[in-house]
Design a protein around this ligand. Sequence first.
Ligand code: ATP
Length: 374
Amino acid sequence: MSRRTPNPGARHVIEFRGVGKRFPDGTVGLDSLTLTAREGEITVLVGPSGCGKTTSLRTVNRMVEPTSGSVHLDGRDVAEGDPAELRRGIGYVIQQAGLFPHRRVIDNVATVPVLQGLSRREARARAAEVLERVGLDATLAQRWPAQLSGGQQQRVGVARALAGDAPVLLMDEPFSAVDPVVRVELQDELLRLQADLGKTILFVTHDIDEAIRLGDRVAVLRVGGRLAQFAPPDELLAAPADDFVAGFVGRDRGYRRLGFVPATALRLSDLPTRVEGPDGAGPPGEWTVLLDGDRPAAWLGPDGARHDLGSLYVTDGGPDGTAASDGAGTLRGALDATLSSPAGRGVAVDGEGRYRGGVDADDVLALLERDPAR
Ligand SMILES: Nc1ncnc2c1ncn2[C@@H]1O[C@H](COP(=O)(O)OP(=O)(O)OP(=O)(O)O)[C@@H](O)[C@H]1O
């Protein structure tokens, strides 16, 4: 996955300063949480059920008031001022979208612009723009929320949070109610939007894969509302602070971390290729890439039978500079291409899907040997 360049000098937009929350029944939801979310970054809060993720998020928009410490937004203590005004300046997306069931999609999205003082007409125009931005067809705008799929509802939820044009977004398990395929689509969409919009996002999930995929920085919390580690995802995978974090990030963390190791030194090899067409040529005798124009279409086995390409190694990002796919330009992508190919050699393409060359397992292994984090 190609990632945005971290900006160590970025402003601290959201700051938790020793935030604690003890509920009236004595339950400790948060125990002295200190962390910062930087401008233009996705900061993820992850951890097991009940560790205080939602509680921390809600202290930012004052749906929960801390019992100790303070939360600062743009340097101001959120406890000062009017909570309703505070919330209008913060986009908020929750699980199962939380749409108003009796408002059409367009009016759900227009809610905050109307509260911000736009006329209904202007607010609807703004809503239509944002719906398009999150990839929803204009024909869906007049539907009721119940007439949408779960994935579409989540997109509307994201659109509604973006419509107010707030620089800060709070997202609480926004994609957890949809199936895994749609979930990855929504994650991709968020990364694409974020590359464009550069919001400051605080994102809650219990799914470590989602955290690693989306987060510029990831805070792992443990039950009792205590921070176990706060680090960029590659650091979390390479050097978990303790056994709890190591257990939480999972047993295959070494492999997953390869998704953050650039394969810039990887040499692409030449593969035998043949252009698809009725040229009547016989079996090639060795594994050959069949090209459709300048794009790989299939492997031709030594006996001439067609085989699936396996996963392609994408050498760099997509045309808009965002991640073209998981593993683009990384050792994980290169290794996966070699392991999933029927030919034992992977096929490399550029961000536009054009054939670039082959990936040999030996070359990938040689780079793995040199990986400093091993
Ligand atoms: N209003 C409340 N009164 C008492 N305890 C509460 C209240 N709200 C949350 N808690 C408790 O605070 C702790 C943290 O809850 P929180 O919802 O923040 O966890 P979470 O990490 O978001 O969990 P999940 O992943 O299950 O949503 C839990 O033990 C929870 O039971």
